[in-house]
Design a protein around this ligand. Structure first.
Ligand SMILES: CC(C)(COP(=O)(O)OP(=O)(O)OC[C@H]1O[C@@H](n2cnc3c(N)ncnc32)[C@H](O)[C@@H]1OP(=O)(O)O)[C@@H](O)C(=O)NCCC(=O)NCCS
Length: 197
């Protein structure tokens, strides 16, 4: 990540995007404990508040070791945490990373993750100096596919049995989508250069 100093808290019309804290554990349990949310995520659903606390602690350790890469999605109106959005597999030598997101099922269909993702993608291009943001999405994850398409990601191919669906106990094919900085429309002086490594 660039050495530029950035605030970890960002706002959109309806949302505050901030670091997760231990107070989010119950909200994390509601999200990561929901079989429908986890169906295509490649992880077993979380089953207890203790596990959710461990997960938030892991987010914190990961942030300290790997820099700012995950945000809680909180509603401005009541500060309730309804989602989580993150970068993973960050590869600085190639200025690329993978994006992932989860939203509490009660809030699906309201454009909330689209709003959050637009902000986090801009952050990735502007402050993490990314050139390419990748999204790997199970072929039957309809909502995620719609979301990344609406965000401007292009489908590049299929990764056969790349993921494991723990809810259905089977391997799952994934689409590889990606968005490049030059497709995103932000102006950046260094957009054609390789970045700090
Ligand atoms: C992927 C996921 C975050 C998408 O949630 P979502 O609410 O469908 O996504 P969006 O924020 O883009 O919202 C789009 C929906 O909101 C509607 N919407 C309402 N108001 C809107 C607005 N102001 N702006 C945009 N869309 C709006 C859209 O019409 C669309 O509804 P539709 O799907 O019924 O057509 C959610 O399904 C999820 O958490 N899935 C499980 C986790 C997962 O699989 N993650 C991906 C693997 S990394």
């Amino acid at each position: 990540m660039n050495s530029v100093t950035v605030s970890s808290v960002m706002e959109t019309d309806r949302l505050v995007l901030r670091e997760h804290t231990i107070q989010d554990a119950q909200a994390i349990l509601e999200i990561f404990g929901d079989t429908e949310v986890m169906r295509h995520f490649g992880m077993k659903p979380v089953s207890s508040l203790d596990d959710a606390i461990k997960m938030v602690n892991y987010f914190e350790r990961n942030r300290k070791e790997n820099g700012l890469n995950r945000w809680a999605v909180a509603l401005k109106k009541n500060r309730h945490v309804v989602g989580s959005i993150f970068y993973t597999n960050i590869e600085k030598p190639y200025s690329r990373a993978e994006i992932g997101f989860l939203l509490n099922r009660s809030y699906w269909g309201k454009g909330i993750m689209h709003e959050a993702a637009e902000k986090i993608i801009s952050f990735g291009f502007e402050h993490m100096s990314l050139n390419r943001i990748q999204a790997l999405v199970s072929v039957d994850n309809r909502r995620s596919i719609s979301l990344v398409k609406r965000l401007g990601f292009r489908k590049e191919g299929i990764l056969r049995e790349h993921n494991f669906n723990y809810v259905e106990n089977r391997f799952a094919d994934m689409y590889a989508f990606a968005l490049l900085v030059k497709e995103h429309g932000i102006q950046r002086e260094d957009s054609n250069t390789l970045l700090e490594r």
